[in-house]
Design a protein around this ligand. Structure first.
Ligand code: SF4
Ligand code: SF4
Length: 652
């Protein structure tokens, strides 16, 4: 069995794992030792799509499906089964992000109609931009009417049966041409997800390539559809993020305060939680129970969302959700949807913590359900805060809050990067492009995704990102990956001088930017697509996202959402590397399609490399190849001129 110091590079996590062990609390780290991954499922070779199976399509040892054909009862081959499983992962991931986007659209409509007290339009400018994207008349109509129309137009994107998703037009023209040629432009978000389930039903689509093409269409419906709707409308409702100072790690929990953790993905409720925790009536109640105040902190992507807009601290990323409770000071953990471990109520039983579910889509046995509806959100938030206050005097067991707490800067939307680089009157990506062209910045990498207890917690993210910035690659981050690197101190402007290569450090120091940029939660990967598009449109770096010296990675991924994100990165032209494990290795044929064949179709491909340094080098190699193709590779050979060389130059 592994030592706790080998399980995580995060000292607070190691400390709390020790406490959990002493107190006999089971966590995902220990369960990962006991539950070994199924080798057949891990390589994508198991089909359970009908009752003639499940079929385990195992190849003879040492043979690949290029040499031997093995099939399930219906005759489905290994590549078909792998492709079906892969498409189902994309569909599930896209469905999760898109359902989130739909909930935000519904809330915007309710808010604009005055049916959701507490919510309002915070970013009118973005609302207007969206109205133009959807072809909605603006004129001098009241803002509420425009907001209702934008919300309805967004909702219509889900059920649209033909035509094209509206945000597809935001992509570079050349990219749109590729999608049109391949016939993968999504028609409607729900339609593509449903078709994925239909195609992968027993006896329907039996061609791996055709399944993969639909996988691209579903993933694009996520990245340029559901996720982008989620991001854009959240900005309208809650404000477009601005750079903000935050703190991260369980050290943000306060032993003398009522601590409420918001965990999950949709910021609809957590925005109200922030308001409820500041309510004088709630604060008086907390003081009456002996607490100094009410402290709200976040876990996972909800944390990223409320940090970016309110500076609410982050208690940890995905693998720290159980450990936050182990501190003994979490009075309530409120969860909505996605990435919530079913073990939470069991862990909470060892302490006094109340686990509160809030979405009618996500119930957990053993948790208290306080359902959240946007028309009565503030009252639901108050009920939750009250439950936390009532739990406070019942704290049991030993309290131990690790002293680790790290400062970092978050809240970079693609619009903020524009502004920071160009200034208010000439907001532009020009300085970024210029610095890439002159070689100070070698390229850009999006490093995103989850934690996975099959690898050392946070270690892979941190090692990869350090290697990238050391080599002058500017890193854009979201999700639990951003939290991992924030904990390692990489998300501050000072980190540039300490960890970045000379060129990147020089640029960061000039504009006051960290070398690693926090762009939000998982749905906000759409911001990375927009940033890449802005770089293309600025000019000088080719005319498509695939021309950019850029790469993507999810080195500790675990969720189906990550596969959907990876596929829309690739379909958008970004070379993308995943770590931990790869879900199609049972079929060499299908894996080759992903790792090689896609290059010909979309000028980008997938790769798998679990070693973070090797993976970073693959990304850098790709970036250098793109620099060469653009003819800007010479700019990186920066020569330090001595006096004699200068005189020679001047004499010319
Ligand atoms: S669909 Fe075919 S391969 Fe899959 S379980 Fe049924 S018989 Fe087996
Ligand atoms: S990065 Fe992964 S684990 Fe973290 S919140 Fe997003 S999907 Fe969940």
């Amino acid at each position: 069995m592994a030592e706790n110091t080998d399980r995580s590079v995060c000292p607070a996590t190691v400390q709390l794992l020790g406490k959990a062990q002493q107190e006999g609390v089971s966590t995902a780290f220990f369960r990962a030792d006991q539950v070994k991954p199924c080798p057949i499922g891990a390589d994508g070779s198991c089909c359970r799509n009908c009752a003639m199976g499940p079929c385990r399509v195992l190849l003879p040892r040492g043979k690949s499906d290029l040499e031997v054909e093995v099939t399930g009862v219906c005759g489905a081959t290994t590549d078909t089964i792998s492709a079906r499983n892969f498409l189902r992962m994309i569909a599930a991931g896209a469905a999760a992000h898109s359902d989130h986007g739909r909930a935000v659209a519904e809330t915007l409509i309710a808010a604009a109609k005055g049916e959701a007290p507490g919510y309002s339009v915070k970013d009118e400018y973005k609302l207007m931009k969206l109205a133009l994207d959807f072809g909605i008349e603006v004129g001098d109509r009241p803002i509420e009417d425009i907001a209702v129309d934008v919300g309805r137009a967004a909702l219509a994107q889900f059920s649209q049966q033909e035509g094209e998703l509206a945000f597809i037009k935001k992509a570079p023209l050349k990219r749109q041409e590729i999608w049109h040629k391949l016939g993968v432009v999504p028609r409607g978000i729900d339609r593509e997800v449903v078709e994925a389930l239909h195609r992968t039903h027993m006896g329907v689509d039996q061609d791996a390539e055709s399944l993969l093409m639909h996988g691209m269409r579903v993933a694009l419906a996520d990245g340029w559809g559901g996720s982008m709707i989620g991001t854009e409308l959240q900005d309208v409702l809650f404000g477009t993020p601005q750079p903000i100072l935050g703190q991260v790690n369980p050290g943000v929990l306060k032993p003398d305060h009522v601590n409420v953790i918001v965990h999950g993905h949709e910021p609809l409720l957590s925005e109200m939680m922030v308001m409820a925790a500041e309510d004088p009536e709630m604060l008086a109640l907390a003081r009456a129970k002996g607490a100094q105040g009410i402290n709200v902190a976040g876990i996972c992507c909800t944390a990223n969302e409320i940090l970016m807009r309110h500076g609410i601290p982050i208690a940890g990323n995905f693998l720290q959700q159980e450990l936050a409770i182990v501190t003994g000071v979490v009075d309530a953990m409120v969860v909505d949807v996605q990435c919530i471990m079913q073990s939470l109520p069991k862990v909470a039983q060892c302490y006094h913590t109340r686990i509160i579910t809030t979405s009618n889509r996500a119930h957990i046995p053993g948790a208290t359900h306080i359902e959240f509806h946007e028309h009565d959100a503030l009252n639901a938030a108050r009920a939750i805060v009250r439950a936390a206050i009532e739990a406070f005097p019942h704290r049991t067991g030993r309290v131990e809050v690790p002293a680790h707490q790290v400062d970092f800067v978050a809240g970079f939307s693609h619009e903020t990067i524009d502004y920071l680089l160009g200034g208010m009157f000439r907001a532009s990506y020009r300085p970024l492009n210029d610095n890439i062209i002159n070689g100070r910045i070698r390229g850009v990498a999006g490093v995103v995704g989850c934690n996975n207890p099959r690898v050392e917690h946070d270690a892979v993210h941190v090692a990869m990102v350090k290697e990238l910035i050391k080599n002058d690659v500017l890193v854009l981050q979201t999700g639990c990956s951003a939290i991992a690197c924030a904990k390692a101190g990489l998300l501050t402007p000072e980190a540039a001088g300490q960890h970045a290569g000379g060129g990147l450090a020089e640029v960061c120091e000039t504009v006051g930017l960290p070398p690693v940029i926090h762009m939000g939660s998982c749905v906000d990967n759409s911001r990375i697509l927009m940033a890449a598009t802005a770089m293309v449109k600025e000019g000088g770096l080719g005319d498509d996202i695939s021309d950019l010296p850029a790469a993507g990675a999810a080195p500790e991924w675990m969720s189906e959402k990550a596969i959907s994100i990876g596929q829309y990165f690739v379909a958008s032209g970004v070379f993308t590397v995943f770590g931990v494990t790869w879900p199609t290795t049972g079929s060499e044929k299908f894996t080759r399609m992903l790792f090689e064949g896609l290059e010909e179709k979309v000028k980008a491909r997938w790769a798998y490399e679990p070693d973070p340094i090797k993976a970073a080098r693959c990304m850098i190699e790709h970036i250098d190849a793109r620099r060469k193709a653009l003819g800007i590779d010479k700019a990186r050979e920066r020569v330090l001129y001595d006096m004699a060389m200068r005189r020679e130059l001047e004499a010319l």
